[in-house]
Design a protein around this ligand. Sequence first.
Ligand code: C2O
Length: 514
Amino acid sequence: KTVTYDFNVSWVQANPDGLLERKVVGINGQWPLPVIEVDKGDQLVVNMYNGLGDKNASIHFHGMYQNTTSNMDGANMASQCPIGPGSSFTYNFTVNQNGTYWYHCHTDFCYPDGYRQALIVHDDDAYFADEYDEEFTVTISDWYHDLVEDISFLSLYNPSGAEPIPSAFLFNDTMNSNLAVEPGKTYLIRLINIGAFVGQFFYIEDHTFKIVEIDGVYTEPTEADTLYIAVAQRYAILVTTKNSTDKNYPIVTIADSDLLDDIPSDLRLNNTNWLEYNSNAVHSEAVIIYDVSSDIVPFDDITLIPADHMELLPEPDFEINLTVSMNNLRNGNGYAFLNDVSYVAPKVPTLYSVMSAGTLADNATVYGEYTHPMVLKHNDVVQLVLNNADSGSHPFHLHGHNFQVIDRAPAYGAHFYDYLAGDPVPYDPSNHTAFPAIPARRDTFVLPPQGYYVIRFVADNPGVWMFHCHIDWHLSQGLAMVMIEAPNKIQETHHIPDQAYEVCKAAGVKYEGN
Ligand code: C2O
């Protein structure tokens, strides 16, 4: 079936933390934004009109593979031009996957102003479909009182490049809310960090749960009690309620203070919401037993076994080695690097350059040095080694794919990638205690501070895909690159609709070669 949404995007007023009313990006005059809900196999059509008046926008459907529809990926100047004020664009693609996703604006600095929400692909055939009675979607996020454009981030006023400190942390775009439950039932809770910066810990007092999905990948049911959810990551968990209704249990979220350079005394890092068994019973605040968030030991995602048991991919045909470095101030602009390249958006969307480059399309130089282009061959097994010379962790996301987790520096001890010392370790569950027999898969991973991470995927999805840090501040500093996957196949399978060129023209982007 076809599911259609009409999104008229405009500024509205909202006061999600009860502390300050501000303008936020609304849809059809509303905020929180509508959750997109579809079934696998549906055609999803989103007619977007940019009524903001003063700001570009787009929609990226985070985690959607966009097979044969890279032009619907919404990534500014990678797969389309920014949709300027007064312009419209229709997103239209087939949803061929299940699970928990989200959508967000993907032009410079627009999703921290509220343009982000859950996208759920329902699945009556999920292996756990009969094991729960009801479901909830829970978003968590950081929140700023200032409009992004009023924050002096990329400026000489912020010479260290310190990320702006959020004003609050939200739970379903509000605070102190309830998930009303009944005793003796099982609930599927879909958790999504739709924030722009800060990862958060999550637990429910006196309850354990079973993880059944990460980032759209069903996993073997796995018992856990505490999660770490970086921005852009998702988990689906099954929670079975107790048999009595005498009390409500805090659902606790704790912001990762390691990411914050400076914590104002009035910033609440811990929030209590409730698994509400009885609306008449007391709703007591959680008692937090941790002094600092680094004392919390969350469930280790790399031990999650995908339910489909997809085997370890063979040795790579192509290896990409990258190092993250930060804080090299250059006139207040672009100071995050992957191998000394700080991403700068091209003048023409990279996808459109593929379409017009003819037989030169597999030559990376066509795409310009500062997009950090990497051309991938169709069906190659690609291994990406990401090394971190920075002292902060970075949640990295690859568009168009999920990937196998092949290696990672020990999570809680700094270990810089050392090729000579034998890093990365070849995937071998028999000599690496954390590795399960089958490698975990997801679409967003956390690169540890001064550590490394290794992923592997098959280049079987022709398209232009960004790979970037999902901290929106870091993306704006250039912590990104672009993969041009199977350019000849892109030319065969893709068609850029006329409307997309109209959007470019309206945004003042000159396009040649149509
Ligand atoms: Cu959530 Cu580039 O994406």
